[in-house]
Every structure is written in structure tokens, then in C-alpha cells.
Design a protein around this ligand. Structure first.
Ligand code: 26V
Length: 864
């Protein structure tokens, strides 16, 4: 029994903060707390000891640390502590358990001089940290018991955490999975990004329409971050360039910037799973170099006095969900340059020895460019090497080409970034010159390789003149990168053949594929404890870090008892979800339904509207008497999706889904059979509850448009069947699980290209398909909008006369595939056999495997 201390803890002076001294110890001296402070201290602070730490933790030890944190970190007594106080104290306590390993790991890494992966990403969608930290440290049970002895419930505290939503969707979540895997593989990695003060907006619905609220994720404190204002880095902008002659008489160019900001690093720990490795995620926050003008302040013009500060600090104020305005676009370029300038300087000046020869930089770092957002790092590194370090241009270019690799995450032309030269000239004039010089050298090469082929040189130019003079960032990344990769087989092939054909012809060996993956720690082990228990009992626990071992489940698909237990897991997960949705959104999930889930950003290419047409068609057929309700498989359709605030059609789709959901909920004829649930503000936290409960995963993008998808992997690994097109990683999922265990429909990518070339007329499809016609007519009739026909007009008109992503063309095939779903689900035992086979055959989609491929084929970096 633990004696809970109320208030002060005696002998505080003996309990000095421990880890702070580790970094300053001489390298040869194993830091020994025992040596310094005696055996008693070491026994109560075993994690301070450093390198190898056996899990020390006693419940008593934890409770002392927790109360110490609550009393002296948070400054409250247990009896007066709010849930947030308790959460913050717990988070800090757990963070301290990790910090000793973190500091020690950083030191050994710097001393060993090994190659580091510098993951440059404008987005990270981390999800909540507490559960993951408890999992990584193995502290969960101790913490639960210790808190209980203080009368505190661990789940209550876990629910208090606001997830850092520092990303939009798949790209940001992938970055979070990748850094998790690198830590678990014991590979040194620094993730670099932006500490947005406001992350992805909080979505609310008002009369069925999306209304965005700011995401003030930092407002209750942020116990997982370690700010380092003393290590701030200066970042310059604007001004002009000039030529000058240096001390050696060499003519050179230099940048004379006109304004600057500070980048303050905030460090986050990225713990590996049960391996003692803790990597760093370093997010930069913009701060004005000058807080305010005291003269102006004293004269009474308070707004003017802080104008410069506000301007500078806007840089890391908010994550961009879109970039439709010119001012917005300029701010976005500022964000991009801001974080890569900080990161490059940070690595070169703080992670390498002072006398390091930068010709050897590629031996110590590989910067992975996560899409084009960080590509301005390429001319920045050239500027650092040539202008600041006076390296010869050709040598600097050779170094730069070995320090970067580029991942493309999209195929949509409108999503490939271009920066007008006018904007670059204003914001980063020296970088523009460097880009021109890179382009000149590159085009000289191209003209030599293809003499007389001027059109090719123009096509490949990094700088384009149409529709305005601009820099194509994907081209710059391709020219500079040692490797260029897509994120699934099909995507990489289309990237080579359709997006960058001239480049892949010129540099075939530069192009490669690494199919995405997801971390099994967060998305199975943490999110699906019910299933984890069943898997552990069946094949042991090794799968958590070796996901191919899920294959050992394959024989159990034939075991009726295992299948029954699998169904119990699903049922329990559905029950857990139902409880959450009632509390979170007031949504009541009916029991015994097939749970059909579509969660992802709202985008026309992903075709949420086609999903809606399927629901409408089923509903219409029931109420019109075309089908017998007794033959309908009861289903609940769950949507989760945010629309970019300026994306009109996406918002109309949200409105339509909500209107249909409300009408169906009120319709006594059908509401026992068909339910639509659309919980607002889909995020990582909700995904962790939704995915494990799902029976059916909707992956229905138009073939050739979804680069990979990663939700598709999470669903399959949690035992959902996929209904999907031959797109992105769906292709590989289907190949692995087999045609019998995947519900395929729709046109293939070549068929799509063919139809588009022939000319596509959605209205003609509507006229020729009576089921489709009835579904759309019902939507247009005012049935879902209290008789108001205009309300659905934008969506209906777009489907009939535009339908850019061919939803109507794939409708019939989709409906037939859904009928097959109903048929399969009618036999729950056969369905669970297929679901188990999905799990057993998709171990490939671990981000550990993705990371191994990057390490072997792109980064040439190793585990410590
Ligand atoms: C951005 C934009 C911005 C302008 C309007 C249209 C548009 C369309 C798509 C995007 C997303 C670009 C980057 C991205 O998030 N890609 C996602 O990356 C995931 C991880 O590789 C991948 O699984 C998704 O398929 C891919 O969409």
C-alpha cells in the first residue's frame, strides 16, 4: 500500500534534477549517478544512470516522481489539482523517464559520428503522446496502479490530452509513422518541422455545414515539448544581392537581406518501442528579433509598436489547409524557407563538430524532402556552402546532390508546387539566383545529352514561363535529389511515365518506389488492445516489431474458435466506439450493423459523393418498394472528413452527407436498416477508435489519383475488408490478400485515361442508368433539405455536368460490388475468415519495412 503524500515531499534537496548533468560529462566517463550522488540516489533515480537501463520503476518510485512533478512542476496540491494539472504532471513525469535515454542517445550519436536521417516535413500528425510514451517505456501498468493509489484514473488523464494536429492528412501522418519506425529500428533521425501555434482547424457542423474553429492546442500547456530559446537561429528574408571581391581576390555574390526572424527550437522526444532509443523531433517557432518598439509604444501607438512582432510571428502561427490567396501563398513560402533554413543551420552548426569538413556532409546527413514543401532547402544548402563557406560551386553542387532525396506524394497537377519568380525575387533573391544557376547547369547537361532537342530542354527546365514565370519545385527536387520516389507501385510508375517522363528517361536509376507503411505500435498495439491480446495469445508478441509475423495467423483463419474470438474482438471494439460517439457527438450507433467506414480528407478525387450515391440508391430502393427491406443487410455508414476551408465543392459534399444522415435518422421505414454517422473533427485520436471497429473499409478513389493511401493499410491490419478501386496501395493490398478477400470495382487507370481521352459525359451516364438517375433525382428533389431544391444544387449540377473524377462512370460497378459485400456479410463466419486473412497477409504494410527500404536503397544509413 502506498502512502500518498499530500503536499511537500521531504528531502527535496537530495532530489536534484538528474539528467541535466549527463551531457556535460567527459565522453570516456560513463555517467554514473551512483558515483556522484551515492547508491541511494541511484536506486531511486535509476533512469538517470544512462546507457543501459533496466525498467527500474516501482509503483512507489513513480508515485513520488508524479507527486513531485505535481507539487513543484505544476505548483498544486493533489487535493486541489484539476484533471489538467494531473495530466500535465503525469506527462512531465513520463517524459522525464524518457529524457535520460534521450540525452544519452544524442550524445552517443554525436560521438559515433554516424549518418543521420534529417526528415524535412512541413507536417506531422503525431496523435496523442501519452499512450505511446507509456507503451514505449513499458510503464503503463505501474502508472495505472500508482495513479489509482492517488485516486486518479489513467484513462481520464489520457482523454485530457489534446492531440497536436500539425498536419492535414496522409502526408503528415506518414511522417509521424516514419519517425516512430526509425526510433524503433534504432536509427538516428531528427525530424524537422514547424511548431504551428494553431494546427489543423477544429471542424464543427452548423446546420450540417462545416464551420472551422481555431485549434488552440497549446492553450492548456504542452508538457511534451522542450523549448530552447537560447538556441534560436536567425532566418533572413528580402533585400537584394550584390557582387563583391573577397579577401582572395575572387569575385563572389552575397545576399543583403532586409528583415529577419528568429527560429526557436522546440524538441519533442520520439521513443522507440522497448529499445531505449529516443530520437528528436525538432519543431521551429518563429519569434521576432525585436519584441516591440519602445519609443512607439511610449508614444501610445500600441498596435504599431508590436506590428513587426506580429508580422514575424505569423510565420509559424497556423498550418495551411489551403493556399488560395496571394498573401497566403507568400506566407506559405515564408514558412517553408523558415523551417528549412533553421534546420540546415541547426544540423550543420549544432550537430556536427565545429571543424567538420563540409565536403564530407553526405557521410553525416541525408535530408529527405517530404513532398515539395521543403525543397527550398536545396538552394539554401548551396548558399550556405558557396556564399557562407566559400566552397567551389561544382563541389558544393556535388555535395548537395548527395544530401537530398525527394518523395512525391501526389499525382494531381494542381498539387505540384510552383513559386512565381517574382515572389522568390522579393523574398529570397539570392535563392532565385542560385536556382537559375542550377537550372543553367542542368539544361547545359540536357542539351549535351540530347543535341538539337530544344523542346525537351524547355520541358525539363526548372523555371517555366507559363502561365507565369515560376520555379517548378518538383523539378528542382528531382534535379537535386539523389533519389526520387513515389509512395506505392502504381504511383511510382505513373510518376515516372506521366509526371516526370523526361527525367525518368534521363535518369532511370534515380527513380524508385517505396510503398508506404504504418506503425503497428500506434495502429494495432495501442489502438486495438482487444485484438492485440488475441494475437499475442496466438502467436506471441514479436509481431509488434516484426509485422511479417502476422503471417503466422494464417492457419487460424481456418479455426472456427479463433474466428469466433475475432468476432468478439470486433463486437467489443464496436461497443467501445458506440460509447465514445454518444459521449463525443451524441451519435447513437445501432447494434448488429455492418460498420462501413470512409475516413480521409474530403476531396473530389476520393469520391465521398460516390459513397453517398450508394447510400441514396439503397435508401431509394427501399422506400420505393423496389427491394424487400427484409433482404437488406443492416449497415451503418461512418464518414470522417475535413474539407479545406476554401474548397467549395468539398464543403457542399459535407452538407449533403449531413442532410442525408439527418433525414435517414428520422425515417422510420429505414432507420433500423440504414444509418449514416458523421462525427465532426476526424483526427488521429478518432481514427484509433474507428478503424478497429470497422468491418468494411472504403478506398474508392478514381484509379490513378490516390498516390498510396495509408488508411487502407490500417483498416486491413485491423481486420476490415476493403471495397476499393485499383488505385494507390490498394493494388498491393489486393495482390497480397488475394482477389477472394478484397472487393474490387471500377475502371483501371488505363481505362480512366482512355475514357477521358474519348470524352466523358456524366449526364449521359445519368440518363442511361435508372438506378443512378433515381438516386440523383432524390437528392435533387428537396427530400433531404425540407423541400429546398436549391440547397443540393451545387453538388447535383457538378455531378451531372462536370464530375471531374468520374463518379458516375464507376457508379454501376460500385453498386454491384456493394451487393457482393452484402452477400458476403450475410455469412459472418465466412466474412471473419476473409478478415483474418487480410490481417495475416498485410504485415508488409508496416512502416518498419518502409523505413528499411529507404535505409537500404535511398539513405544508405544504418541502425546504431
Ligand atoms: C494537396 C492538394 C493541395 C491543392 C489542391 C489539391 C490537392 C490535392 C492533394 C494534396 C495532397 C498532397 C500531398 C498528400 O497529402 N499526399 C498524400 O500522401 C499520403 C502519404 O504518402 C498518401 O498516402 C496519399 O495517397 C496522398 O494523397
Amino acid at each position: 500500500m502506498i502512502h500518498v503524500i499530500e503536499g511537500n515531499i521531504p528531502n527535496v534537496s537530495e532530489n536534484q534534477p538528474f539528467a541535466t548533468t549527463l551531457d556535460s560529462l567527459p565522453a570516456d566517463e560513463t555517467p554514473s549517478v551512483e558515483k556522484r550522488f551515492g547508491p541511494e540516489f541511484a536506486a531511486t533515480h535509476p533512469l538517470a544512470v544512462g546507457p543501459v537501463v533496466s525498467p527500474p520503476h516501482s509503483v512507489d518510485g513513480f508515485v513520488k516522481e508524479f507527486l513531485r512533478e505535481l507539487n513543484f512542476g505544476t505548483g498544486v496540491l493533489l487535493s486541489r489539482a484539476t484533471v489538467n494539472d494531473q495530466y500535465v504532471a503525469l506527462a512531465r513525469t513520463v517524459a522525464h523517464y524518457l529524457a535520460a535515454r534521450w540525452l544519452e542517445g544524442g550524445r552517443t550519436r554525436r560521438e559515433a559520428g554516424v549518418k543521420v536521417v534529417g526528415y524535412l516535413s512541413a507536417e506531422y500528425l503525431l496523435g496523442r503522446q501519452l499512450g505511446n510514451a507509456l507503451l514505449a517505456t513499458g510503464l503503463r501498468d505501474i502508472v495505472e496502479e500508482g495513479l489509482e493509489s492517488c485516486g486518479i484514473n489513467l484513462s481520464t488523464l489520457r482523454a485530457q490530452e489534446v492531440e497536436p494536429g500539425l498536419g492535414n492528412g496522409g502526408l503528415g501522418r506518414l511522417a509521424a509513422c516514419f519517425i516512430d519506425s526509425l526510433a524503433t529500428l534504432n536509427v538516428p533521425c531528427i525530424g524537422y518541422g514547424i511548431r504551428y501555434e494553431y494546427g489543423i482547424f477544429r471542424q464543427t457542423f452548423v446546420d450540417g455545414r462545416q464551420v472551422e474553429q481555431p485549434d488552440a492546442w497549446l492553450s492548456l500547456g504542452s508538457p511534451w515539448e522542450f523549448p530552447h530559446p537560447e538556441a534560436a537561429v536567425q532566418v533572413d528574408f528580402g533585400g537584394t544581392t550584390e557582387e563583391y571581391v573577397d579577401e582572395d581576390g575572387t569575385p563572389r555574390r552575397r545576399w543583403l537581406p532586409s528583415w529577419n526572424v528568429l527560429g526557436v527550437p522546440y524538441n519533442y522526444m520520439v521513443p522507440g518501442y522497448h529499445n531505449g532509443r529516443v530520437n528528436t523531433l525538432r519543431l521551429w517557432s518563429a519569434q521576432a528579433t525585436k519584441a516591440f518598439d519602445l519609443q512607439i509604444f511610449n508614444s501610445g501607438d500600441y498596435a504599431e509598436a508590436v506590428r513587426a512582432q506580429t508580422f514575424a510571428e505569423n510565420i509559424s502561427k497556423v498550418l495551411y489547409p489551403e493556399d488560395s490567396t496571394p498573401q497566403g501563398r507568400e506566407l506559405r513560402l515564408q514558412q517553408q524557407y523558415f523551417f528549412v533554413a533553421c534546420s540546415l543551420r541547426d544540423f550543420i552548426e549544432r550537430e556536427l563538430p565545429a571543424d567538420f569538413d563540409l565536403h564530407d556532409l553526405p557521410e553525416r546527413i541525408i535530408f529527405q524532402l517530404n513532398d515539395t514543401h521543403p525543397v527550398i532547402a536545396v538552394p539554401e544548402l548551396m548558399r550556405l556552402l558557396v556564399d557562407e563557406r566559400k566552397m567551389d560551386w561544382d563541389e558544393a553542387w556535388a555535395v548537395t546532390q548527395k544530401c537530398f532525396a525527394y518523395t512525391c506524394h501526389t499525382l494531381l497537377p494542381e498539387a505540384l508546387e510552383v513559386w512565381p519568380t517574382e515572389m522568390l525575387a522579393k523574398l529570397l533573391p539570392r535563392h532565385l539566383e542560385i536556382i537559375y544557376q542550377i537550372n543553367d547547369g542542368f539544361l547545359r547537361e540536357v542539351r549535351e545529352a540530347f543535341p538539337g532537342d530544344e523542346m525537351r530542354a524547355r520541358r525539363m527546365s526548372i523555371v517555366t514561363d507559363y502561365p507565369e514565370r515560376a520555379v517548378r519545385m518538383a523539378y528542382l527536387a528531382t534535379v537535386a535529389g539523389a533519389k526520387v520516389n513515389g509512395v506505392a507501385e502504381l504511383h511510382s510508375q505513373l510518376l515516372r511515365d506521366k509526371v516526370l517522363p523526361d527525367f525518368s528517361e534521363y535518369w532511370p536509376e534515380k527513380f524508385t518506389n517505396v510503398t508506404n507503411g504504418v506503425t503497428p505500435r500506434r495502429f494495432i498495439r495501442l489502438a486495438n488492445w482487444n485484438f492485440t491480446r488475441l494475437i499475442n495469445e496466438t502467436i506471441g508478441t514479436g509481431w509488434v516489431t516484426d509485422l511479417d509475423r502476422l503471417a503466422e495467423l494464417e492457419p487460424y483463419a481456418e479455426d472456427p474458435e479463433f474466428r469466433a474470438r475475432f468476432r468478439q474482438v470486433k463486437a467489443a471494439n464496436k461497443e467501445r466506439l458506440a460509447k465514445l460517439l454518444v459521449a463525443r457527438d451524441g451519435i447513437v450507433l445501432p447494434e448488429g450493423h455492418l460498420l462501413d467506414v470512409m475516413v480521409k480528407r474530403l476531396h473530389e478525387y476520393k469520391r465521398q459523393s460516390m459513397k453517398l450515391l450508394h447510400i441514396l440508391s439503397t435508401y431509394e430502393q427501399i422506400i420505393s418498394g423496389a427491394i424487400d427491406p427484409a433482404t437488406v443487410t443492416p449497415r451503418t455508414f461512418v464518414f470522417g472528413a475535413k474539407a479545406a476551408p476554401g474548397y467549395k465543392m468539398a464543403k457542399e459534399t459535407i452538407f449533403a452527407i449531413n442532410a442525408v444522415a439527418a433525414t435517414l435518422a428520422a425515417d422510420e421505414r429505414t432507420n433500423h436498416l440504414l444509418t449514416v454517422a458523421f462525427p465532426a473533427n476526424y483526427n488521429v485520436t478518432l481514427a484509433e477508435k474507428l478503424i478497429p471497429a470497422a468491418d468494411l473499409s472504403e478506398q474508392i478513389s478514381l484509379a490513378g489519383k490516390e498516390a498510396s493511401g495509408t488508411g487502407n493499410m490500417k483498416f486491413a491490419l485491423n481486420g476490415a475488408l476493403t471495397i476499393g478501386t485499383d488505385d494507390g496501395a490498394n493494388v498491393e493490398i489486393r495482390e497480397l490478400v488475394g482477389d477472394d478477400n478484397f472487393i474490387l470495382f471500377g475502371m483501371s487507370e488505363p481505362e480512366v485515361a482512355d475514357l477521358q481521352a474519348r470524352g466523358y459525359n456524366p449526364a449521359a451516364v445519368y440518363e442511361s442508368n435508372p438506378l443512378l438517375k433515381r438516386a440523383i433525382d432524390l437528392l435533387a428533389s428537396g427530400h433531404f433539405t425540407e423541400g429546398n431544391r436549391d440547397a443540393m444544387n451545387p453538388l447535383v449540377m457538378d455531378l451531372l455536368y462536370n464530375d471531374r473524377f468520374l463518379a458516375l462512370a464507376d457508379f454501376q460497378s460500385y453498386i454491384e460490388a456493394q451487393a457482393k459485400v452484402d452477400e458476403l456479410y450475410a455469412d459472418p463466419d465466412a466474412w471473419s475468415r476473409k478478415a483474418i486473412l487480410n490481417v495475416a497477409r498485410t504485415g508488409f504494410f508496416s512502416s518498419d519495412r518502409s523505413m528499411r527500404e529507404y535505409l537500404d536503397r535511398i539513405w544508405h544509413a544504418k541502425a546504431l
